[in-house]
Design a protein around this ligand. Sequence first.
Ligand code: SF4
Ligand code: SF4
Length: 322
Amino acid sequence: MSQNAFVPDPEQMMLWPDVSGNDINGLNNPNPSNPKYVYWGNSPEDVAFGALQRWFYSVDPGLPEYATERENRAKILAAPLKDVAAQKAEMTDPMARIFFEAAIKNKIFDKAGVARFDPLWAFEGVEIKFRYIIVLGVQHDYDAISEAPKPEAGLEVMRQYSRAAFGAKSVANWLRGLGWDAEPLTGPMSGKVTLIPPALASGFGELGKHGSIINPEFGASFRLSGVLTDCPLPLDEPADHGIDDFCQNCRICEVACPPDALFSEKKMVRGTTKWYVDFDKCLPFFNEHQGCAICIAQCPWSRPGVGVNLAKKLHRRKQRKS
Ligand code: SF4
Ligand code: SF4
């Protein structure tokens, strides 16, 4: 039990629908199936927790920068995409590498991975015609995210979502200019595809107990966006850094979570046993604290410089045991 007892605002709880978000997410469902929209739907009208989503935006964070950042993101989202060039250019591995390395060097985004698209990653009822997905990662500023659950951390999340959206549109425009159709997937609304499974499949890291991906370079402190395409880019592989084992013996996020939304063991979710966040416990706190982020800020992997050394140590330990 967390030391920090949290009592949700009754005004918010009045909006709670007559359904569990965990049920919608497929908790304890042994059958593989597509995810369903639950909270960050594309429109609050279409999802069970839409009234709670609207309430999230009604909480005044007390920082004027929120309005500026929302305007910035709206401009990025509204910018038109390039037309797809009539002539398809051949895509080579060096061309792809040069583009992604330059984009990372120029801080457009911080990481990219490519996976073959699995139809189970699309939200229920959404049909995806593309064969591949490119996943992009943008890292939070650690000092800012460490302020969680203060509004300064939420502001940093918004900044990175803007960057993620810009990155996705830049990649899509690059491909479209080369004659390959490409569709950007920008957060924070759910869009068409859940991004964590393709990020895992394309080498972003492993799922942590707090339900976010962890990798040695950025810890859990990053956001995702994506691009759907048919362009045959070089594919990436899932990564194993020993993080999943590490989480079995660590309780930092569990203890730090004010509403006790994190489980000490994995759960069955739509046919996969994995770490899972109790949606019904997390959401009220998340909603009242501009997206919270305590668990990702407190995760030891998120501390600058820690993850890379920790992964090396775990790798050496694994080699000694084998
Ligand atoms: S976001 Fe906050 S409330 Fe939700 S699981 Fe993480 S620490 Fe808990
Ligand atoms: S805080 Fe510990 S248990 Fe939680 S995700 Fe990070 S490493 Fe895993």
